[in-house]
Design a protein around this ligand. Sequence first.
Ligand SMILES: Cc1cc2nc3c(=O)[nH]c(=O)nc-3n(C[C@H](O)[C@H](O)[C@H](O)COP(=O)(O)OP(=O)(O)OC[C@H]3O[C@@H](n4cnc5c(N)ncnc54)[C@H](O)[C@@H]3O)c2cc1C
Length: 375
Amino acid sequence: MSTAPLRVLIHGGGIGGLTAATALARRGHRVEVAELRGELDALGVGIIQPSNALHVMREIGVLDQCLAAGFEWEVLTVCDPAGATLARIPQPRMGDVPSNNGIPRPALARVLGAAAVEAGARIRFATTIDSLTDEGDVQLSDGSAERYDLIVGFDGIGSPLRTRLYGDRFTPEYTGFANWRVTLPRDPQLRGVLMSTGNRSAKALLTPITDELMYLGTVFAEAADFRPDPERAHEQLRERLAGFGGPIAAALEQVTDPAAVVYSRISQVTVEAPWHVGRVVLAGDAAHASTPHLAQGAAMAVEDALLLARSLDEHADLGIALTAWEERRRPRAMWVQSLSRAVLKQETGTPTTPAEDELLEVGIPGAAHVLVQPY
Ligand SMILES: Cc1cc2nc3c(=O)[nH]c(=O)nc-3n(C[C@H](O)[C@H](O)[C@H](O)COP(=O)(O)OP(=O)(O)OC[C@H]3O[C@@H](n4cnc5c(N)ncnc54)[C@H](O)[C@@H]3O)c2cc1C
């Protein structure tokens, strides 16, 4: 390591924050994580770890644990609304790691949390930053006060640290679309993601996340103030997917519990100013949250995390390390954000710009090939 060990505070113990904690602590930095939640829980739905994310998992030493807790898959199947197969698209690998792993979010949180602690990081739960000076003096809500060399904002799309740096200059923009998800018993036939394309108003996906579980997900245009009815969210989901047959219709029959339906509005945010100010740096969703259409948001967050640690290896000066890191990360994260948004527009019949049309020539299958190139 070319820099002396740093005292690092990571604000947010989500997917990116815990990956950064592990990567930094394994290099000898003294790392603390301030996480608002009281424990390492997460919404009980699943997430796809594409090959580039799995490559990062291998670099921080948790690839085997992720694969053991999830469901490895290689082929994306595209169907028409009735369920007839239109295409079977093998997914590329980055190096020799698998092409994809579906995994329940709580399981991923447990794997990453255990790795961070094992590497020597300390996680302070139910804790946030109360105050922060330019010199790195931090007052935490648990009453402790410390001076840190580096404060990393992995505090998600609503990032309070971003607001601290930039006020309301960069705030999440609601796209007008929302994601409905529900975890179900896995159809034994489902060996990879099945994407059923709709009539421009929706697509529905089935994603295996363990031997026993899969999730059904779909995107619909919803008013900004719409919230599912807690008594009949399952019926509202069925109404939206009424036009689908085949495996989607079979999965829908199992959706009987309104409380099992997870509803998330799809927003995005871009910090169009430096991602670091002094000793504070924003990363992951805090800097560049995208729509989930390429399943790459968390993958970008973990790439950010690993490359931040590597940039600190390479540059003794903190400012130079952060500038070099941002120069490397911004183009790739922005490409993912732009293409994800363009795919959302294309799939929902929203007019696209000429620049988006050019990006869409790459499409989802092409993007997978681009993103297995070195990060
Ligand atoms: C519907 C949907 C599906 C998705 N599917 C995929 C997918 O399949 N694959 C993929 O790669 N990405 C996917 N994503 C994107 C992915 O979830 C995010 O990009 C990823 O979680 C970002 O990681 P992060 O660490 O930056 O933020 P988060 O994982 O959101 O973590 C932020 C953390 O900060 C904490 N925090 C917030 N405020 C404070 C505070 N004041 N003090 C302390 N801590 C705080 C939060 O509690 C949280 O633990 C999806 C997103 C959505 C909405």
